[in-house]
Design a protein around this ligand. Structure first.
Ligand code: AP5
Ligand code: ZN
Length: 217
């Protein structure tokens, strides 16, 4: 299954990606995660990407599209993949069409998680992440089972993403909201788009996505 999970910052793409990749045993390809790993490793890509990410701007297309093209060539995508956070504008969507045409790995479906902007601010400002394994939590909506201990790895150190600070969140949402409608229209026209109400709690959003996926089979 070749899938794209789209939605504004904080919509719950990373959260919902977990069960989808488990269900289909496909790789999770998140451009945001790729950039954050590069920043952590202080690679040339990371140094370049950080300039944009810290301001809430998009990393330039020539960098991002090349990364995705290379990633989709890898053998682990032969039975499918889940894209998360790419494409996020019309130019990137057109590039993805070219890439997947050439590789014969065209998208089977696009799942759009739709969330009200006010809710997104709350989601981003309350998010915290395990430093050891990267598991994502929320101070109100997804607390670790034992306070201060990661459910996944037992780690005790958590951090806030640098782009979740209020001054960056505002610009991230502004930049992404502008590009989102043309992207939705693009996938509507291709008859690939399925929209779920992402304002519900995590389990209900999972259930709705699962129904869509089951009907695709
Ligand atoms: P990226 O990492 O992709 O960030 P994003 O799109 O802003 O999305 P997030 O990861 O912030 O949110 P999410 O939807 O995954 O939400 P999550 O599940 O964590 O990109 C970061 C940056 O990299 C970009 O700003 C850009 O600079 C650059 N970049 C990336 N891709 C690019 C591209 N294609 N082109 C150019 N530049 C690119 O959930 C959020 C919080 O809410 C969590 O705390 C979670 O626990 C909680 N939560 C989730 N669902 C629910 C729910 N239903 N109810 C209550 N709480 C919930
Ligand atoms: Zn952990």
């Amino acid at each position: 299954m070749n899938l794209l999970l789209m939605g504004l910052p904080g919509a719950g793409k990373g959260t919902q990606a977990e069960f989808i990749v488990e269900k289909y045993q496909i790789p999770h390809i998140s451009t945001g995660d790729i950039f954050r790993a590069a920043i952590k490793g202080k690679t040339p890509l990371g140094i370049e990407a950080q300039k944009y990410i810290d301001k809430g701007e998009l990393v330039p297309d020539e960098v991002t599209c090349k990364i995705v093209a290379e990633r989709l060539k890898q053998n682990d995508t032969k039975n499918g993949y889940l894209l998360d956070g790419f494409p996020r504008d019309l130019d990137q969507a057109k590039s993805l069409e070219e890439i997947t045409d050439k590789l014969d790995k065209k998208l089977d479906a696009v799942i759009n998680i739709d969330v009200d902007p006010d809710t997104l601010v709350q989601r981003l400002s309350g998010r915290f992440i395990c430093k050891n394994c990267g598991a994502t939590y929320h101070k109100l909506y997804k607390k670790p089972k034992v306070e201060g201990t990661c459910d996944v790895c037992g780690g005790h150190v958590f951090y806030q993403r640098s782009d979740d600070k209020p001054e960056t969140v505002e610009n991230r949402l502004k930049v992404n909201i502008k590009m989102n409608t043309p992207l939705i229209d693009f996938y509507k026209k291709l008859n690939l788009l399925h929209t779920v109400n992402g304002n519900q709690d995590i389990a209900n959003v999972t259930e709705d996505i699962n129904k869509i996926l089951t009907n695709l089979n």
